[in-house]
Design a protein around this ligand. Structure first.
Ligand code: NOJ
Length: 412
């Protein structure tokens, strides 16, 4: 059991959310979007009004860290505008509630959403997004420097750029625009480098730490001798993993990051060009018949987690935070098994010398899962979206995670 394993002292045991997925009342490119299940993000979990209650739930879980986004569209109404003081005040109050609860925040600046004026100007295809983002990062980090030292500039730039311009899943829903995909990654990498500089210039008692959160998917051929699937897996790996990491961390650009955030969910194996994962509409019965273990989104691949951590450690030598891991399923036993398997891999990697400093379970709450709406259940707390009071309830995986967080508390 992970509760019996020794993790480093001061390890962060956290959980994570993002503004569009939990806050509600956002005015960004997702506001009018209706997901496959008819759900939208206009109210979501109403975390915007209920953050105090949600911090109370975090205390019950026993977490000592929270990875949260700050919604850019709330803070700036135009490029280079002063920060909206009312909205800033609300986030400051949330940060103060976290502090009172002994919970360390990690703040994400960009999690799949943009202010409307960024979208109207062509989004991240427009190089003008770079100075606008850097200005936002400078103003926000200066305002919050005494409250926040962990900064995550971009969440999963690869997911964002591919779903906006290759796969048509995120606004503006374009497909197969490879040049646009590359351009978005390049612009975001440039913005990360510059933002890191301004954030780190805002000195405070504790030196700021800055990094991105890289999503990692293993791409493999399902069949051993299917040349075409090996080829497609190689191309996918190059486009979504290598190219992105090179843009953000290659050569001198590595200096822009003090840590590497890793979002890890698993694997996509290809069979006749088809990814064998539920998000690609492959039926659970078919996956089961092929011997593929998956949650409601991706194939699970815990051993790949340990392997990845060792590779990152060797290649970049940066401290690592697991900025996201979780499983979407209504089967709590499955989720507990999944978490156990991944924590065992994490522990083994740390024992092997990999410098991992924290783990953030995705997610605190069941929430708005982008194109899939409310059908994917990732929460440590379930939310009843059928009840307008949106009641939260501890899940069994939440209780299991609490056991892990609490045993760390007594060990420290
Ligand atoms: C990664 C994304 O950052 C998050 O927004 C999403 O909900 C989870 N993966 C699960 O798909």
């Amino acid at each position: 059991m992970p509760g019996d394993l020794k993790f480093p002292e001061n390890f962060l045991w956290g959980t994570a959310t993002s503004p569009t997925q939990v806050e509600g009342h956002v005015a960004n490119e997702w506001t009018d979007y209706v997901a496959a299940d008819g759900g939208h993000c206009r109210v979501a979990c109403d975390h915007y009004h209920r953050y105090e209650e949600d911090v109370g739930w975090m205390t019950q879980l026993g977490v000592n860290a929270y990875r949260m986004g700050i919604e850019w569209s709330r803070l700036q109404s135009a490029p280079f505008a002063p920060l909206n003081q009312k909205e800033l005040g609300r986030y400051i109050h949330l940060l103060d509630c976290l502090k009172a609860a002994n919970i360390t925040p990690m703040v994400v600046l960009h999690h799949f959403s943009n202010p409307p004026w960024i979208s109207a100007a062509g989004g991240w295809l427009n190089p003008g997004a770079i100075p606008a983002f850097v200005d936002y990062a400078a103003k926000l980090s200066s305002a919050l420097k005494d409250r926040v030292y962990l900064w995550n500039t971009f969440n999963e730039p690869d997911t964002y750029a591919s779903l906006t311009y290759l796969l048509g899943g995120f606004p503006p829903f374009h497909k197969w625009r490879f040049a646009s995909y590359r351009k978005v990654i390049k612009h975001m990498a440039g913005a990360h480098t510059q933002a890191s500089r301004v954030i780190r210039n805002n000195k405070s008692a504790r030196a700021p730490e800055v990094g991105i959160a890289k999503n990692w998917t293993w791409f493999e051929s399902f069949q051993k001798f299917a040349l075409w699937d090996h080829l497609l897996a190689g191309l996918s790996h190059h486009a979504f993993n290598r190219f992105v990491l090179d843009e953000f961390l290659g050569g001198a650009r590595r200096e822009a990051s003090t840590f590497l955030g890793v979002n890890y969910y698993g694997r996509a194996r290809l069979n006749h060009f088809q990814a064998l994962v539920p998000t690609n509409n492959v039926l659970p019965e078919k996956l089961e018949a092929l011997g593929i273990v998956s949650d409601d989104m991706f194939e699970r691949h815990p051993t790949g987690f340990g392997k990845l951590l060792k590779t990152f450690h060797r290649r970049y030598g940066l401290p690592i935070y697991i900025t996201e891991h979780g499983a979407a399923s209504r089967d709590q036993d499955f989720r507990i098994r999944d978490l156990t398997a991944h924590l065992l891999e994490l522990h083994a990697a740390i024992s092997h010398g990999v410098d991992v400093r924290g783990f953030f379970y995705w997610s605190l709450l069941d929430n708005f899962e982008w194109q899939f709406g409310y059908t994917k259940k990732f929460g440590l707390l379930s939310v009843d979206f059928g009840d307008e009071k949106l009641p939260r309830k501890m899940t069994r995986v939440g209780e299991f995670y609490r056991g892990i967080c609490k045993s760390r508390e007594t060990a420290a």
